[in-house]
Design a protein around this ligand. Structure first.
Ligand SMILES: *[C@@H]1O[C@H](CO)[C@@H](O)[C@H](O)[C@H]1NC(C)=O
Length: 240
């Protein structure tokens, strides 16, 4: 918030036609003209549909989002319609997992990879985001674990625990962000692999719970839209 003194100073300098001392420069943004993430492989019971294009509610990239305030936090989201698990009196524990391989490509104004890429992607600027539906009774715990398998010797583990009761509905959560980022070995392109696992446990006998995604109508049927996982990143300029 500008203090009264600063506001007066700003008015004065505007009147004199001088640059205002309090109008901040627009935040410096570091990003390529465009970029693309493709799913190149899927493995596991949570994503049995690699390569299926019809119907559209397959495991797929969905949308990107980013801050514009200088914090430079970018997300790309991936939807997993087969990702769901339930516990109840007969099944006190359930889990599901998927391992996703992504290929990342920097794109220029012509929509192709530039000959000399200018940016290096850095994974894990912020925590992992989850958009999912829950219905958890008291005593049920849902635990998400994402392991980014970046290099043979290097891993980032993200965890999020949701403890019931949690009323039926759609929720938006983040794992606790860690101060760890992984710079892709090359500029302009790279492979990102991560394993996502959801474990549901009824810690109280007979308690029930479900984690899934919202249902949408498609071609006369009710289908799962997909749990969405947001993967966070930013860029640094390559040393040319
Ligand atoms: C970054 O993560 C925190 C939680 O750790 C979350 O509250 C915040 O909204 C995230 N930022 C963005 C831009 O999504």
């Amino acid at each position: 918030m500008a203090s009264r003194l600063q506001v007066l100073a700003a008015l004065a300098s505007t009147a004199l036609g001088l640059p205002s001392p309090i109008v901040a420069d627009p935040p410096v943004r570091i990003l390529p003209f465009n970029w693309d993430f493709k799913i190149t492989a899927l493995d596991g019971p949570g994503c049995p549909d690699f390569g299926q294009v019809n119907p559209p509610f397959t495991t797929r990239p969905t949308f990107g989002s980013n801050t514009v305030d200088g914090s430079e936090i970018y997300y790309w989201h991936f939807a997993y319609p087969h990702f769901r698990a339930s516990v109840g009196p007969e099944t006190p524990e359930a889990s599901i997992w998927c391992e996703t391989t992504l290929s990342y490509t920097e794109l220029n104004s012509e929509g192709v990879a530039p000959e000399v890429p200018e940016y290096r992607l850095q994974l894990h600027k912020n925590g992992t985001e989850f958009l999912a539906s829950y219905d958890l009774e008291e005593g049920v715990e849902a635990k998400w674990k994402v392991t980014y398998l970046t290099e043979p010797q290097y891993k980032i583990d993200d965890e999020l625990t949701v403890t019931g009761p949690r009323a039926a509905g759609a929720y938006h959560d983040y794992t606790d962000s860690q101060e760890v980022q992984w710079r892709l070995p090359q500029c302009g392109t790279g492979t990102i692999r991560y394993r996502t696992e959801l474990t549901l446990k009824a810690k109280k006998e007979g308690a029930s719970g479900t984690v899934s995604s919202e249902k949408v109508q498609y071609a006369g049927r009710s289908v799962f839209y997909g749990v969405q996982q947001g993967v966070s990143y930013d860029w640094s300029k390559c040393d040319l």
